[in-house]
Design a binder for this molecule. Structure first.
Ligand code: B12
Length: 212
């Protein structure tokens, strides 16, 4: 099978939400000695970007996005370990988290997917994440960016506490803080001292790619 055919197979598998085909394509890519990062970027990620654009244009809906994300991760599980350490070390490090007190993580999972698809090394902390854990991890792991999510008004303060905690531990100037979720706004981001707010995951990934 040609390199192009394998890359198209990976992209189509993600667009159509076929995890078994993504695994098959990933193994074929490694067997054909295709560079793992190339197979990720020009195969899996190409497919996920197509789905992201269709989602933004309301041509596909949440279940398809989640199935495509699941498929991309099925391929990533095989290809990520094959990326040379040096290449991983050069990737910008980002963490995603739904702030303390909030269990709404579907949106955050799409943010995680779009950041991964944009070439970031993403450490997903999950949901209802204690603010201190976010603040400590940022400094200890020397993160380049943090993407915080909340869908509830009562838990928005957790985002301000995260920013304040990073000011206190002296790491604030080293990390970009992005926020999102329906109750948040660009004004709120400014008010709490975060760097950026976006309504959707793709725009956030695009903004972070631009700033780095
Ligand atoms: C699904 C859902 C649930 C599920 C969550 C399942 C899960 N694993 O996430 C369950 C049933 C568990 C749930 C529980 C509750 N829920 Co609820 N839930 C919803 C619902 C219907 C959909 C949210 C969703 O997933 N949308 C789909 C995703 C894809 O969209 P999204 O999250 O908005 O994400 C997109 C953008 O916002 C953005 N984004 C999101 N995060 C981020 C982060 C960054 C950095 C960026 C850039 C972008 C970004 O990008 C995403 C995709 O592009 C909303 C109503 C609504 N329509 O929003 C209510 C809602 C959020 N829930 C609400 C409430 C009150 C609750 C409960 C307290 C109810 C109760 N009394 O028990 C509990 C909360 C418990 C807790 N401690 O968190 C309220 C919040 C009101 C408020 N403003 O405070 C809402 C708005 C419903 C309502 N109208 O009252 N909920």
């Amino acid at each position: 099978m040609s390199k192009e055919a394998i890359l198209n197979k990976l992209s189509d598998a993600v667009v159509n939400g076929k995890p078994e085909l993504a695994k098959e394509g990933a193994n074929e890519a490694l067997a054909a000695k295709i560079d793992a990062l190339d197979a990720i970027n020009n195969g899996l990620v190409k497919g996920m970007s197509i789905v992201g654009d269709k989602y933004g244009a309301r041509q596909v809906y949440l279940p398809q996005v989640l199935m495509s994300a699941h498929t991309m991760y099925a391929g990533l599980d095989i290809l990520l370990p094959a990326i040379p350490k040096a290449a991983v070390a050069s990737m910008k490090k980002c963490a995603t988290a739904v702030v303390e007190g909030d269990v709404h993580d579907i949106g955050k999972n799409i943010v995680k997917t779009m950041l991964t698809a944009s070439g970031f090394s993403v450490n997903d902390l999950g949901r209802d994440v204690p603010i201190q854990q976010i603040v400590d991890l940022a400094k200890n792991d020397k993160l380049d960016a943090i993407a915080l999510s909340t869908l509830m008004t009562p838990t928005m303060d957790g985002m301000k506490s995260a920013v304040d905690g990073l000011v206190e531990n002296g790491y604030r100037k080293n990390v970009k803080i992005c926020i999102g979720g329906a109750p948040t706004s660009a004004e709120f981001a400014k008010e709490i001292g975060a760097d950026h707010r976006d309504a959707n995951a793709q725009d956030c990934a695009a903004w972070l790619k631009e700033v780095f």
